[in-house]
Design a protein around this ligand. Structure first.
Ligand SMILES: Cc1ncc(COP(=O)(O)O)c(C=O)c1O
Length: 372
């Protein structure tokens, strides 16, 4: 049986069109700035998001890191969401490499930070005790709130607070195009208020490697220097950029518009899961209301939930049926839909989950019986 891998949208394999484009890509030495395919990708990304320039980087983590290097001076501070990838999952690059601190604010269940709290979190630059606030970041889509997309209006509100205080706004848009498609807005409109945005090619857009950082020409020059510093200057990397150009294309091989299919599959999967006894709300900011999983929380390609009983046993039993999901923080399970998960797969996944829940419920009942 074919493996259905829902652990992440990073597991996608490049499409045939990407493989063809990669095989025939025109390349040069990108550190000299003369790889035409990389240049074309950076220009395409900048144009799509309405910014002056782009920078091809190896990963979302590297994009966020070099964005910080481009925006911040040592000893400054970034305001960010406490469950954001930049704080939890980037090996403290802000501290180790950028030399900055982070002021973490608790996010709300819609993935946003309270604008009043953002304004209050700015340090007093006239007080020599305090770090100087140098950057505000938001994550769009916001992973831990079950992939909530953040709106143009919210992005503009946060940007205004930051800009009034002379500070830029960076968007960690690892799944930026999921937010664009889910809200039926243009990438330009959603990126407009921000000073910089990173988005990943290697997640829902299906590419094997890479992310792009966009912003002003000056900022991208500083980020390019930062990329060199962290060893991210690559040579004939047009081979990889070629896949990105396919993904960002308007034609039938383009990967942006089809993200709507992933969202529809995720919603249908959540609706099915919500009916199963043993599948429960993930709690926390993913779904504050206890009880059944609420499919209305699924607005992009993430489903977060808890299972009654042993989570590891649940995942192992699913794996035995060729369906992979993954443990997520706070005791949850994540299932992410993507290009390699079809609408028909949703039925297979639901059937496998139903069987597993029945099997694990049977086992717990037997164990309880043995104890009495
Ligand atoms: C919200 C968010 N930002 C950044 C990243 C980092 O991307 P990468 O794995 O390419 O470094 C991820 C990866 O999952 C992510 O979910």
């Amino acid at each position: 049986m074919r493996l259905i891998d829902l652990r992440s949208d990073t597991v996608t394999r490049p499409t045939d069109a990407m493989r063809r484009a990669m095989a025939s890509a025109e390349v040069g030495d990108d550190v000299f700035g003369d790889d035409p395919t990389v240049i074309a990708l950076e220009e395409r990304a900048a144009d799509l998001l309405g910014k002056e320039a782009g920078l091809f980087v190896t990963s979302g983590t590297q994009g966020n890191l070099v964005a910080q290097l481009g925006h911040l001076a040592r000893g400054q501070e970034t305001i960010a969401a406490s469950e954001s990838h930049m704080i939890i999952d980037e090996a403290a690059g802000h501290a180790v490499i950028v030399g900055t601190s982070i002021r973490a604010l608790r996010e709300r269940p819609d993935g946003t930070l309270d604008p009043v709290e953002i304004a209050d979190a700015f340090r007093d630059p006239s007080d020599p005790h305090e770090p100087i606030t140098g950057l505000v970041t938001i994550e769009n889509t916001h992973a831990h709130s079950m992939g909530q997309p953040l709106s143009v209006e919210y992005t503009a509100t946060v940007a205004a607070i930051a800009h009034e205080r002379g500070v830029p706004l960076h968007v960690d848009g690892a799944r930026f195009f999921n937010a664009v498609v889910a809200q039926e807005v243009s990438a330009r409109a959603l990126a407009g208020p921000a000073d910089s945005v990173t988005f990943c090619l290697s997640k829902g857009l299906g590419c094997p490697v890479g992310s792009v950082l966009v912003g002003s020409k000056d900022f991208i020059w500083r980020a390019r220097r930062g990329r060199k510093l962290v060893g991210g200057g690559l040579r004939q990397v047009g081979i990889l950029a070629a896949a990105g150009l396919v993904a960002l294309g308007d034609g039938p091989d383009g990967m942006i518009a089809r993200l709507a299919d992933d969202h529809a599959n995720a919603r249908r999967l959540a609706e099915g899961l919500a009916e199963l006894d043993g599948i429960e709300s993930a709690g926390g900011i993913a779904q504050p209301a206890p009880g059944r999983l609420d499919p209305a929380r699924v607005r992009t390609n993430f489903i977060l939930f808890k299972v009654r009983g042993d989570r590891a046993a649940f995942l192992a039993a699913l794996k035995a049926r060729d369906v992979l999901m993954v443990e997520y923080p706070h005791g949850a399970v994540r299932a992410a839909t993507h290009h390699d998960v079809t609408a028909a797969d949703v039925d297979t996944i639901l059937q496998a989950t139903r069987e597993v829940l029945r099997e694990t419920a049977g086992r717990s009942a037997a164990a309880a019986g043995a104890r009495t």
